[in-house]
Design a protein around this ligand. Structure first.
Ligand SMILES: *[C@@H]1O[C@H](CO)[C@@H](O)[C@H](O)[C@H]1NC(C)=O
Ligand SMILES: *[C@@H]1O[C@H](CO)[C@@H](O)[C@H](O)[C@H]1NC(C)=O
Ligand SMILES: *[C@@H]1O[C@H](CO)[C@@H](O)[C@H](O)[C@H]1NC(C)=O
Length: 190
């Protein structure tokens, strides 16, 4: 953090207060629906996650646009030019980058991912939410889709099977740490 950013806490307080007060007034549990990161923008992992942009009056309208778009999981609002960017991705894939005047919102609702990527024989250790043995690929994938905060899943197929195995659902996928593992199928929201 640079010295220039010394007014950031005050600005954060004002913006957050506005959101909380406004959302209370319109009876829209905006903050409860997700998490707001003041003075951060979202750096997506994949360009395919970019849904589009629009000009809106305030961060609240940007958040509302994200909530109303079934494919949106993350929005970033730029208070300087009032630009609102919407993404299908989640921070488990992309990154929050400190940036004065930007407000990023993340939905915590389970959402259908717009674009699932499939990967074979590569494990991304850690980030597991839960695991279950003896289920098939469809069940594993659906389990993730139905789970709040799941951004990907992996199934290690049992020997001799190309459908059933040990399923891991993930809240976080590390793209910098890869381990080759045979008979592993991974899906992640891209
Ligand atoms: C994403 O888009 C930017 C700008 O259009 C481009 O410079 C970059 O190479 C793209 N990245 C990927 C991974 O396609
Ligand atoms: C997975 O299991 C479910 C429930 O037993 C079954 O309905 C489905 O057809 C199976 N899918 C595959 C691809 O084996
Ligand atoms: C794997 O699936 C293919 C079709 O997708 C099928 O032809 C093959 O017999 C299966 N192999 C095993 C070992 O289940």
């Amino acid at each position: 953090m640079s010295r220039r950013e010394s007014s950031a806490p005050i600005r954060s307080f004002i913006i957050l207060s506005f959101i909380i007060i406004y959302s209370h007034c319109v009876n829209n549990p905006v903050v409860g629906n997700g998490k707001v990161f003041v003075n951060f923008h979202y750096q997506s992992y994949s360009n395919t996650s970019f849904l589009g942009q629009m000009s809106v009056r305030s961060n609240l309208f940007c958040i509302t646009a994200c909530i109303q778009n079934p494919n949106c999981r993350t929005s970033t609002f730029d208070t300087a030019n009032r630009n609102c960017l919407l993404y299908t991705e989640f921070t488990a894939l992309g990154q929050l980058i400190p940036n004065n005047g930007m407000v990023t919102f993340q939905s915590r609702n389970p959402r259908n991912c717009f674009n699932w990527a499939t990967e074979y024989d590569t494990d991304h250790p850690w980030g597991d939410l839960d695991n279950m043995n003896g289920i098939n690929k469809t069940q594993c994938f659906r389990w993730c889709e139905m789970t709040v905060n799941c951004v990907g899943a992996a199934i290690r197929l049992a020997s001799g099977s190309n459908s059933t195995g040990h399923c891991y659902i993930k809240e976080n996928i590390q793209f910098y740490y890869l381990v080759p593992v045979a008979n592993l199928v991974t899906w992640y929201c891209s």
